[in-house]
Design a protein around this ligand. Structure first.
Ligand SMILES: Cc1cc2nc3c(=O)[nH]c(=O)nc-3n(C[C@H](O)[C@H](O)[C@H](O)COP(=O)(O)O)c2cc1C
Length: 197
């Protein structure tokens, strides 16, 4: 039985979010294939997520039982992660970056060694679902994409290298039937990835 952490980083409802339409379809399909698994939903907009203050940094790094440490403990205890986060300003919503500041903690998710930092999370996997207004998976804007690149890098830093992305693109460009078709294909792709996840 796996423990799955479903991290939601969008203030919108499912009806208004292509990201959530993909991630909820992913989750439904995943549950069908893995009915015994424990799914923990972490909706960042329902949490007390604030940029780190000096006091919070102290608590995070030195106070074993501080409230803020519960996030990194929860993260480290999961086996699989589903991250639902739209593209915002070429990257991820800032609330997700703040959450990442809570979970990259020396001694829990990585450690320093003489050869450099080493990730402590092993045998875990991530599915990242994102809607993007434009096209970044190929073409002239490819190098502008920094959300997926950042998540792959920071999760890899913690030892998580099994990383799948399902992105629906051009949500701000396509219209009507074309948009529906494109999002529909991404939802099907999300379901396909979920079955194997
Ligand atoms: C604050 C904000 C920033 C955005 N920045 C970008 C961007 O840099 N590039 C882009 O292609 N689309 C951008 N978009 C458009 C979204 O990626 C697009 O609308 C996507 O469908 C949002 O996902 P959602 O439907 O799950 O909310 C931005 C949207 C918002 C609200």
């Amino acid at each position: 039985m796996s423990k799955v952490l479903y991290i939601k980083a969008n203030p919108k409802s499912k009806e208004d979010s292509y990201t959530f339409q993909m991630s909820e379809s992913f989750l439904d399909e995943y549950k069908k294939a893995n009915p015994e698994d424990e799914i923990i939903t972490l909706d960042l907009y329902q949490e007390d997520i604030k940029p780190l203050t000096e006091e919070m940094i102290g608590e995070l790094f030195t106070e074993e039982n501080s409230k803020i440490r519960r996030y990194v403990k929860q993260f480290a205890a999961a086996d699989k992660y589903i991250i639902a986060a739209p593209m915002w300003n070429l990257s991820i919503p800032s609330i997700l970056k703040v959450y990442i500041d809570y979970i990259v903690v020396a001694g829990i998710t990585f450690k320093y060694t003489e050869e450099g930092p080493v990730g402590l999370l092993k045998d875990k996997k991530v599915a990242y679902l994102a809607a993007r207004g434009g096209k970044y998976s190929e073409g002239p804007a490819q190098d502008f994409e920094m959300g997926e690149r950042y998540l792959r890098t920071i999760l890899g830093f913690m030892g998580i290298t099994d990383f799948s992305t399902v992105a629906t693109e051009l949500t701000n460009v396509l219209e009507g039937e074309e948009l529906e078709k494109s999002v529909g294909a991404s939802i099907e792709e999300a379901k396909r990835v979920a079955k194997e996840f």
